[in-house]
Design a protein around this ligand. Structure first.
Ligand code: TNX
Length: 565
């Protein structure tokens, strides 16, 4: 009899566990600040459970909807959306931030998060007996919490029309917030045009990694891709190059195919909206006064020599740039930037400023006359021509400031002296960024040897699609980047480092699959540079967490490099 009872007990236990439950794992990428798990207890997430949210608060329904979609995508579990339901398995809650013990609507904490006008992104994610609780001060925090839950879930085999297996979530308390407020990714859509649909997918992948700034490079020597209503030919004609040089470097062999494409202002607004729904700000870049052959093709009178100027069909730095002495140059730039500001609400506007050779300006009577007029004199540090570029930057900055915007430029803007409030994006190493921080200017670190993902990621370049070749930016190299070195900057100067950015230049990247291959999984490595504290970082540990993220890449259908060095 005793034996029979025991047998029945075992049988009941076995039959009640008639599923192959997989477990959530909170050691995601980027690693949250604190994960306190109790693996002896689990909450079972099952089909038809509910997600609740406060329907009176902005953005909540949308975030709940994302979470339902992501859970379905990853686990096959179907969750329902039920506003204001205290008994729901998953609950999204906004909590008023406290100031001096009193609740306030918006936290006034002056961390890096507030210095770029981003709401605070802190959140907590708790799993216990009553279910899964996501809490934050702002919707963006709930979005981050929802992404964390998404990445913690196992990617399960899903059979449509069959109920999916429940998921075991160990009890946990996660508290998280990012190290840097600026976590950027650049996409160059001038060298190759990418569709609006692709850009949306790119933004989704950025959001998955916690990035919040999309630096969109939309004009350059090889194609002007921003519609300007005052100058329609810019997009119609400035966007088309006759052909493209083949292979890395400038081989001298051309494909014979025209390449074009541009974004209408409506396209841009759609991208801004889509990004904003994913808590990403879009920073457009009009690269000036160099990298302007797209525009010079249409307006040859704006070049020192008067043209003709073909839209460039090969890569590299072009000696022809906007004339610094022609008053029409500033009229043109202000018209373009005016329309840009109408379309892009971003607080930051990028004006390029890189790789502007001064050969033409040195010989141009108009530029030299302007230098005289402004009384610019070469000093030990700054040539007169570099100062002429600063004069243009100052005019442009004033124009942007009047519209409530701040100017970002590549580190070349240091050459003629920084204008008052300019922000420096340091790409030729970190030197420019350090110099700018010492001058009390805000800085974004994007040093090419650590952050340029147009470069190969594996030592054996033959294994990869051919790209720019001069150095390797492996995952581990990128991961090892530390943007704030104490010996280089004082505490006060360090506060000027807003964050870090990785850049996908596309001279040799023409297709979406290739773009994702260049981006992933390196964006995973970059996300820990951007999000985690130095003490948390450990490349070998990152490696062990990566396969779960790449499973998710497979599930959402994006390409990535399968090897990691
Ligand atoms: C330098 S980064 C450039 C880009 C190129 C890139 C290729 C920067 C400010 N200028 O125009 O696309 O190198 O790696």
């Amino acid at each position: 009899m005793k034996r029979l009872t025991l047998f029945l007990l075992v049988l009941t236990a076995l039959t009640s566990v008639n599923y192959a439950a997989q477990r959530a794992d909170y050691r995601i990428i980027p690693l949250p600040k604190s994960v306190e798990a109790d693996t002896t207890h689990v909450f079972l997430l099952k089909d038809n459970m509910a997600i609740s949210y406060d329907a009176t608060k902005p953005d909540m329904a949308r975030i709940a909807q994302y979470l339902a979609v992501w859970t379905l995508e990853t686990t096959g579990l179907r969750l329902s959306l039920t506003p204001n339901n205290k008994n729901a398995a998953i609950r999204l809650t906004l909590i008023a931030a406290k100031k001096n013990g009193k609740p306030t609507k918006k936290s006034k904490k002056t961390t890096a998060s507030s210095n770029i006008g981003q709401p605070l992104e802190d959140y907590t994610l708790t799993v216990g007996q009553s279910g899964i609780l996501l809490q934050a001060n702002e919707p963006v925090g709930l979005f981050r919490a929802a992404q964390t839950l998404r990445k913690s879930l196992p990617v399960q085999a899903v059979t449509p029309s069959q109920p999916s297996d429940p998921v075991e979530l160990p009890y946990v308390r996660i508290t998280d917030s990012p190290r840097f407020s600026y976590r950027g990714v650049l996409l160059d859509c001038s060298r190759h045009f990418f569709s609006v649909d692709f850009i949306k997918q790119y933004l989704d992948v950025m959001a998955l990694h916690g990035s919040n700034q999309f630096h969109w490079h939309i004009t350059d020597d090889q194609g002007w891709r921003f519609e300007v209503k005052a100058y329609p030919k810019l997009a119609w004609e400035g966007s088309v190059r006759e052909q493209t040089v083949i292979g890395p470097g400038n081989s001298g062999i051309y494909d014979g195919q025209p390449h074009g494409g541009y974004y209408t202002q409506e396209d841009c607004r759609e991208i801004v909206r889509y990004a904003a729904e994913r808590y990403i700000n879009v920073i457009p870049e009009i690269d000036l006064p160099g990298h302007m052959m797209g525009a010079l093709h249409v307006f040859p009178n704006l070049g020192c020599k008067g043209g003709p100027y073909p839209v460039m069909t090969r890569w590299g730095v072009c000696r022809d740039v906007l004339c610094g002495g022609n008053p029409e140059t500033l009229v043109f730039l202000k018209k373009v930037l005016g329309e840009l500001c109408d379309v892009f609400p971003s607080k930051f506007i990028h004006i390029g400023g890189d790789e502007c050779p001064k050969d033409r300006w040195r010989e141009c009577p108009k530029c030299q006359a302007k230098i005289q007029e402004l009384g610019l004199k070469a000093t030990e540090k700054h040539s007169a021509e570099d100062q002429l570029q600063t004069y243009i930057n100052r005019e442009v900055e004033h124009f942007l400031n009047e519209r409530g915007r701040d100017l970002i430029g590549w580190d070349e803007i240091l050459a003629g002296g920084l204008t008052e409030g300019s922000i420096v994006m340091s790409w030729r190493g970190t030197k420019g960024g350090i110099e700018a921080a010492k001058q009390h200017h805000r800085v974004i670190m994007s040093p090419n040897v650590f952050a340029y993902i147009d470069h190969p990621q594996l030592k054996d370049v033959a294994k990869q699609p051919r790209t720019t070749g001069s150095y390797i930016v492996s995952c581990s190299k990128m991961y090892s980047f530390e943007p704030v070195i104490p010996e280089e900057l004082t505490d006060a100067e360090r506060d000027y480092i807003l964050g870090v950015q990785t850049n996908l230049w596309t001279e040799h990247v023409a297709y979406p699959e290739h773009a994702f291959y260049q981006l992933l999984p390196r964006l995973g490595a970059m996300s820990e540079v951007q999000w985690c504290s130095p003490a948390q970082k450990d490349f070998e540990d990152f490696r062990t967490r990566l396969p779960r993220l790449t499973k998710l890449y497979d599930r959402i259908g994006v390409k990535y490099c399968h090897e990691v060095e």
